[in-house]
Design a protein around this ligand. Structure first.
Ligand SMILES: Nc1ncnc2c1ncn2[C@@H]1O[C@H](COP(=O)(O)OP(=O)(O)OP(=O)(O)O)[C@@H](O)[C@H]1O
Ligand SMILES: N[C@@H](CCO)C(=O)O
Length: 329
């Protein structure tokens, strides 16, 4: 029988929302090839009363009051779900290690939400033999992400939780389906070190799109999905184009247009805005090219703040097939 009050820690990875071709309905989890943990970690352990401790490189970018942290809201939501099933609620200390910059386009809030809810579920499973199904967990994650960004979209939480590339389907029982991926591809992720809020980046989008845009969007996404299933890499990345958001958001991203011009001229498979930005993602199937792109982006896409500091970074990544995972204690 498992020992009661084991501490549980869960890591949840960064993700690319939209992947240009699937606004709000496509997302892919990524992990740096050098083994860096690009994502958040949440730990849960027994305590006399509920509390949240926030540590880590980006802890100072979050609201000072722990109760304004989305991780605290995750605890409230999880407890409500236990109560709804007539299950006893335990008091816990949550520790969020905030390793992800906020407003980055790397799915930072999704990392916190997924790590918190998955860690609570694992804590109750390991210590009290109580847990929720994955679909119920994903629904809670979507609800928390909506609370932060102002609208319900699963394109960060689904890949962050399940791993791989996820396509959201309009079926509330299933929510998402995994798309086959190209194992030889590298995703170069360049976070310039400035903040773009998802809410603000949604407000710049038009209310309406033309019939021609609608047709191109549907055709590109359908072609992409078909090509993934046929393992046709060239066809898949040839339609990774953003009609919905990029034309209206790129002015929020200094140097984005020039970076796209350069990377396209060098023959990358695709380049676009990760989520709502400002992170840029670029795809290639050559490791040498991935490293060259990473060096170029370090020199040309990272921003120096007025303080003279640069908080940006670049990582050469692969698709993270695992998603959220429990860490050994
Ligand atoms: N644990 C948390 N992690 C991230 N943001 C949080 C957290 N708790 C509260 N917040 C607040 O939620 C908002 C998150 O904003 P936003 O959705 O733009 O960021 P993001 O999740 O990093 O974006 P993206 O999904 O593009 O990476 C910020 O105002 C931030 O202060
Ligand atoms: N798909 C959403 C969130 C991405 O992180 C957007 O682009 O606004």
């Amino acid at each position: 029988m498992s020992k009661v009050n084991n501490k549980v820690s869960v890591f949840a990875p960064a993700s690319i929302g939209n992947v240009s071709v699937g606004f709000d309905v496509l997302g892919v989890a990524v992990k740096p090839v050098d083994g860096t943990l690009l994502g958040d970690v949440v730990s849960v352990e027994a305590s006399e009363r509920d509390e949240l401790i926030v540590i880590g490189e980006f802890a100072n970018k979050l609201p000072g009051e722990p109760k304004d942290n989305i991780v605290w809201h995750c605890l409230q939501l999880f407890n409500q779900a236990l109560i709804a099933r007539d299950l006893p609620v335990q008091t816990v200390t949550l520790t969020l290690e905030k390793k992800m910059p906020v407003g980055s386009g790397l799915g930072s809030s999704a990392c916190s939400v997924v790590a918190a809810l998955a860690a609570l579920n694992a804590y109750y499973r390991d210590n009290y033999q109580v847990s929720f199904e994955q679909e119920a967990m994903l629904r809670m994650m979507g609800e928390m992400e909506a609370k932060i960004s102002g609208s319900l979209h699963y394109d960060n939480v689904a890949p962050c939780y399940y791993g791989g590339m996820q396509l959201m389907v309009p079926d509330s029982e299933i929510i998402t389906r995994q798309l086959p991926q190209f194992g030889d591809c590298f995703y170069v992720m360049a976070y310039p070190g400035i903040e773009v809020s998802t809410k603000a980046a949604r407000e710049v989008l038009p209310e309406h799109y033309s019939r021609a845009e609608l047709i191109s969007f549907g055709q590109n996404l359908a072609t992409f999905v078909d090509a993934c299933h046929r393992h046709d890499k060239q066809q898949a990345f040839s339609v990774v184009r953003d009609i919905v958001a990029e034309p209206y958001r790129q002015h929020l991203l200094p140097g984005f247009e020039q970076a796209c011009q350069y990377l396209n001229a060098q023959g990358c498979l695709a380049v676009g805005i990760s989520g709502s930005g400002p992170t840029l993602f670029c795809v290639t199937d050559s490791e040498q090219q991935a490293n060259e792109f990473a060096n170029w982006l370090k020199e040309n896409y990272l921003q120096t703040l007025t303080s003279g500091e640069c908080e940006g970074f670049v990582h050469v990544c692969r698709v993270d097939e695992q998603g959220a995972c429990q860490l050994a204690q």
